[in-house]
Design a protein around this ligand. Structure first.
Ligand code: PLP
Ligand code: COI
Length: 341
């Protein structure tokens, strides 16, 4: 695409050429259809609209220096979407349909794959929702699975630069035995007020505490949280956070770099003790955190010096990106080369 300024792409929606749709009806999945429309025709009583039967995924395809397109750990996203479907009683999407839809969308939007070195990538957004009509509260009989693509830059406009987070005690994102551990739209709606408060006060995002005790770090609006101290990568263990594929990968990379890795509850008090902290996710990649401010006490935790990301976060960031773009060998078996011709 001649007229896209790849290097300044925001994390936003840009119309691409094609998307796919597939419907589960009468007890079986139909054919994957390719569409050039940005719209879906939905029943006015669809459960996805009324009762929140809706889940989504987010994954990226990267252009390498070698001209090959790489997909990062798509099987993990497919599995998480099945967990999300189970969590809100939707029909699961089989791996084959998930994969074929994604590949079809990449192939049909080749001209939107950002070039190597631009820092941008092709973001894929699979979406599953109840499209069957119900008025009483119950799971739908019909489901729609669609996938669209849009080229994106970094989620936080700063890119790999430290951002500020507002730790909120005013709003909760998810309850311990609710839906915080699956990727359903309702979690994001629940997080909007916290996010708005953060943005209104000049913060890049919000950091949520566990809803029960308001004592443990849960996660950031769109990403998991990690802290580093004493040569150890530490990330929260909690029933109400999304199991991030990026975080899971960073744990492996940290170990590979000779760090220890721990997944355990992190209290707000412990925030004081970290040498580096950050947010991680597909969209956020790694966003180093400069400071965290408690919205009730005003207590402020400072991390970076002179706005420079910490050395370990920097190493992890470069390692992850090198694997995703094929600059470094993928010894973990995380990337799949997509044949697009
Ligand atoms: N947590 C939340 C709430 C998210 O929306 C995301 C994004 O998908 C993540 C964490 C990071 O997960 P992943 O690394 O799998 O993208
Ligand atoms: C992602 O990282 O893919 C996300 O889903 C984060 C956010 C844009 C919802």
């Amino acid at each position: 695409m001649e007229n896209i300024d790849w290097k300044s792409l925001p994390f936003g929606y840009l119309k691409t050429d094609y998307n796919t749709r597939c419907t589960y009806r009468d007890g079986k999945w139909g054919k994957i259809e390719i569409s050039d429309s940005e719209y879906v025709n939905v029943h006015i009583a669809a459960t996805g609209l009324h009762y929140g039967q809706e889940a989504f995924e987010g994954l990226k395809a990267f252009m390498g220096k070698d001209g090959k397109v790489r997909l990062f750990r798509w099987q993990e996203n497919a599995e998480r979407l099945r967990n999300s479907a189970n969590g809100i009683l939707m029909q699961e999407v089989p791996n084959e349909i998930f994969y074929e839809s994604i590949i079809t969308v990449i192939k049909n939007n080749k001209r939107f794959i950002p070039p190597y070195g631009s820092g941008a990538s092709l973001y894929l957004r699979p979406l599953l929702f109840g499209s069957g009509a119900k008025v009483g509260i119950s799971p739908a009989d019909e489901y729609t699975f669609l996938v669209f693509a849009t080229p994106v830059g970094p989620y936080f406009k700063q890119g790999f630069k430290p951002v500020d987070m507002l730790l909120t005690r005013e709003f909760d994102r998810a309850a311990p035995r609710g839906t915080g551990n699956i990727k359903v739209g309702g979690n994001y709606a629940a997080g909007l007020r916290g996010m708005r408060k953060a943005h209104a006060n000049g913060f890049a995002s919000v950091l949520f505490l566990d809803a029960k005790e308001k004592k443990y770090i849960d996660e950031c609006g769109p990403a998991n949280f990690f802290g580093i101290k004493n040569n150890t990568y530490i990330t929260p263990k909690s029933d109400s956070i999304l199991p991030s594929i990026t975080n899971k990968s960073l744990i492996e990379l940290a170990k590979d770099l000779g760090l220890n890795a721990e997944r355990r509850p992190i209290t707000d008090v412990e925030l004081e003790t970290f040498e580096e902290v950050g947010a991680c996710g597909t969209a956020a990649v790694i966003s180093p955190i400069r400071k965290i401010v408690d919205d009730e006490t005003g207590k402020t935790y400072h991390y970076t010096k002179d706005d420079i990301p910490g050395p370990i976060s920097t190493k992890l960031y470069h390692k992850l990106q090198a694997i995703q773009t094929g600059d470094e060998p993928d010894k973990f078996g995380w990337v799949e080369i997509v044949k697009i011709d």
